[in-house]
Design a protein around this ligand. Structure first.
Ligand code: ADP
Ligand code: ZN
Ligand code: ZN
Length: 738
């Protein structure tokens, strides 16, 4: 029998090499135990490494004498199922990334080492055999011990230490006394469910549009289909998700819900917990390794009915996956910007296809890629055109600030409107996408400017910390008292950041409580939640913030939203600037008038005649998107073309460009007419953290063509011997061309 089992194990080794490696089945290993998804230890380049079996094969392309047996099998059970493996290997191939590295990037970090995950459960206590038959009346004079023993008596598998503490208070003495008696022992106790399954609360009755959206996706459960849920801010998308998750649970399936950043929307997690009748786990980068492993395991063993996570959760094994939701699908944070540069949104669609389940991409401002797919009929569109619960959409006005005296970046009109709303007891949100006090510090005497010595960028002044800060490489310097060049004391700031806006607003509206929301003000754990909760309750009339304030929050008392400077996005270097700008405007505007009070949105601009602003204001995001798509089509840009960006960086500019030029030479021979290369050119910000960056853009009119080209080309590029210090990478479907 064993002769017929394939003797070759194809292994993804945790190493930066773009292929799989073949090994032999060890003689002393029961062949029936070997299957894909098991981690193994393998001899590799003179030492041992961890890998995972991804396939069994009868034959190898390698000559038999070069094949070595694996050293050990590390797991009793496969960690990944066939479809989980397939997704990751597909990802590696699509993004031109080493399969072993991709695989181990997708697993909890501990599994990269030849260790098993800790036993499921948590450290805890249980009764010993002696404890179970002991006479509890013997504890009559030790009431704490009696209490703990009673607590353990009705739970054979034991209780976690955390749970014992929660129920019985601090009882360390009682526990050690019972242990000395031999009545209890340490064990791995079942993890107290990370989120207790409580009686699920019920929500509002769905309106007609929501009902139809739910019905359409519901009808598609059990098969692959991609939906765009296009719902204006406050239209009740989250209610639709809740009903769909419920439907998936009823059909015995797990739901994967991807969100841009869990930390930014603490209400969402809470709302889900209150409404979902079953265990839910969250997965994001803020978790400690142990919490992450526990959540991963609860997802992988099918215990969690809902996994709420950020982009990396797209790889979590889900044996009963039945539905995928991607909220705010347009958000750039779904794209990983280093290492394995995947788009979790795109992979979600791929994963749904593989799993044969529906995927819903939700947004008030869908990406042009998704709108294009919808227009082409690949995605089905579900629309929620109106705000739920009767709230009216905000009115958007353009405010020409040319030749206007600005105070704290606010025009007189915006100051007056703010005053009016504050006087009426309403809230005002002022948006400025630049943190710090001022983006430039300069000497009035000699013209010195505070530049970052390592980047092509200015140092931002942070007044509270009295420091200059580079927002690109993190370099920081104490604020100089005098000009470093000429010694003059007249140092002045140019421009406006949120910190300065806050200070100046306090002067304009003395005594009015104000909250600032940006990376600096929310660095401490829990501070963002506190600020948002206070804002939601209407306790802070003035809200100031960066795009952190734009995402998903619901501030019922906000009646006026002011965007202080929308011009940056109008003439950005990247062809996606306009799209991002429009999304931001609509998202920020969406914070206004979400409840019974109507809202107003003011965009301050020096380009009041800009066609994009007009289309957006008069006809809304959808009309803007159609216009932007037409422009992209005319220019042959994504989504009408497919791109990959090769980046290189080195200590000097010539070396970086030189490497890309050699890569370009290699492409020459392979080039199909439909694939074009542009460059190499210096990156828009050429110097960053002391290194010079250059890039080479590859573009094709069809995805398969691009994929074929990249496969062959990269094989050749990997054979190049780059000059010392050159680092290079490839970004397939890049979002950011900086
Ligand atoms: P979105 O996710 O589209 O921004 P939400 O689902 O958060 O919208 O809904 C916005 C607000 O409207 C929430 O306070 C929600 O409770 C409420 N809401 C949603 N659907 C309804 C409905 N059918 N009837 C009344 N209120 C609703
Ligand atoms: Zn000077
Ligand atoms: Zn810098």
């Amino acid at each position: 029998m064993s002769q017929e089992r394939p003797a070759i194990l194809r292994v993804a080794v945790a190493a930066p090499l773009p292929r799989l490696f073949d090994y032999l089945r060890p003689a002393d290993c029961d062949p029936a135990r070997l299957c894909p998804g098991l981690r193994v230890r393998v001899p590799f380049g003179g030492r041992c490494r961890v890998g995972m079996i991804v396939a069994l094969a009868a034959h190898s392309d390698q000559p038999p004498e070069r094949l070595k047996p694996i050293a050990a099998v590390l797991d009793p059970q496969p960690l990944l199922g066939p479809s989980d493996l397939e997704l990751i290997l597909w990802t590696a191939a699509y993004y031109q990334y080493p399969p072993g590295d991709a695989l181990f990037t997708a697993l909890p970090a501990r599994l990269r080492r030849p260790e098993a995950l800790p036993e499921p459960g948590e450290p805890g206590w249980r009764l010993t055999a002696a404890g179970r038959v002991a006479d509890p009346s013997g504890l009559a004079r030790a009431p704490r011990q009696a209490q703990v023993a009673a607590l353990l008596a009705d739970q054979r598998e034991g209780r976690s230490a955390a749970e014992i503490r929660r129920r019985a208070g601090d009882c360390a003495h009682a526990l050690s006394a019972l242990e000395r008696r031999g009545w209890i022992e340490r064990c791995r106790a079942p993890a107290s469910p990370s989120l207790p399954a409580i009686q699920a609360a019920s929500g509002p009755t769905l309106n007609a549009d929501q009902t139809q959206a739910v019905a359409e996706v519901r009808a598609a459960l059990g098969g692959f289909r991609t939906f765009l849920l296009e719902g204006v801010t406050g239209s009740g998308k989250t209610e639709v998700y809740l009903h769909l998750i419920q439907a998936a649970i009823e059909s015995g399936r797990q739901t994967l819900m991807l969100v841009p950043e869990i930390g930014l929307t603490p209400q969402l997690a809470r709302r889900l917990v209150e409404r979902i009748p079953g265990p839910m786990v969250t997965l994001h980068s803020g978790l400690a390794a142990g919490e992450r492993e526990r959540a991963w395991r609860q997802a992988a063993d099918g215990g969690a009915v809902l996994v709420l996570g950020t982009r990396s959760a797209v790889f979590v094994p889900l044996p009963r996956l039945g539905l995928i939701l991607v909220d705010e699908e347009h958000d750039a944070s779904f794209k990983q910007q280093d290492g394995l540069r995947y788009s979790a949104r795109d992979l979600a669609v791929r994963r749904a296809q593989q799993a044969g389940c529906p995927v819903v991409l939700g947004s008030a401002t869908p990406s042009l890629e998704t709108l294009y797919n919808t227009r082409a009929g690949r995605y089905a569109r579900l629309a929620l055109p109106e705000r739920a619960g009767g709230a009216r959409p905000p009115e958007i006005a353009l405010l020409d600030v040319r030749a206007q005296p600005l105070r704290a970046g606010l025009s007189p009109v915006l100051v007056r409107l703010t005053e009016e709303q504050l006087a009426a007891g309403n809230q005002v949100l002022l948006f400025l996408n630049r943190r710090g006090f001022a983006p430039v510090l300069t000497c009035h005497a000699c013209g010195w400017v505070g530049d970052c010595p390592k980047c092509d960028a200015r140092l931002t002044l942070h007044l509270a910390e009295r420091r200059l800060w580079c927002h690109h490489c993190g370099l920081t310097r104490p604020l100089p008292a005098v000009c470093p060049d000429c010694g003059d004391g007249d140092l002045r700031t140019l421009g406006l950041g949120t910190e300065r806006l806050e200070t100046e607003l306090q002067g304009l509206f003395p005594g009015t409580p104000l909250a600032r929301v940006d990376r600096d003000s929310t660095r401490r754990k829990g501070s963002l939640e506190r600020i948002l909760a206070a804002a939601r309750r209407g306790e802070v009339p003035l809200l100031v913030g960066t795009q952190m304030l734009a995402k998903g929050h619901h501030f019922p008392g906000v009646t006026l939203v002011g965007l202080l400077d929308v011009d940056q996005g109008l003439y950005g270097a990247d062809f996606r600037s306009a799209e991002r700008m429009a999304q931001l405007v609509v998202q920020v505007a969406g914070r206004a008038g979400r409840a019974e009070r109507p809202g107003r949105v003011i965009l301050q601009t020096r380009h009041p005649d800009h066609p994009l602003l007009h289309t957006l204001r008069r006809s809304g995001y959808r009309a803007f998107a159609e216009a932007a798509l037409a422009e992209r089509e005319a220019a042959g840009l994504p989504p009408f073309a497919y791109q990959a960006l090769m980046r290189a960086e080195a200590r000097d500019p010539e070396t970086a460009t030189g490497f890309l030029r050699s890569a370009l030479d290699l492409a020459g021979a392979l080039l199909a007419t439909e694939v074009q290369l542009f460059g190499p050119v210096p990156a828009p910000m050429e110097r960053r953290a002391g290194r010079y960056r250059a890039q080479l853009l590859v573009q094709a009119s069809h995805r398969p063509m691009l994929q074929r080209f990249l496969g062959v080309w990269l094989e050749a590029v990997r054979g190049l011997r780059p000059a010392p210090g050159v680092r290079w990478s490839l970004d397939v479907d890049p979002l950011d061309l900086m």
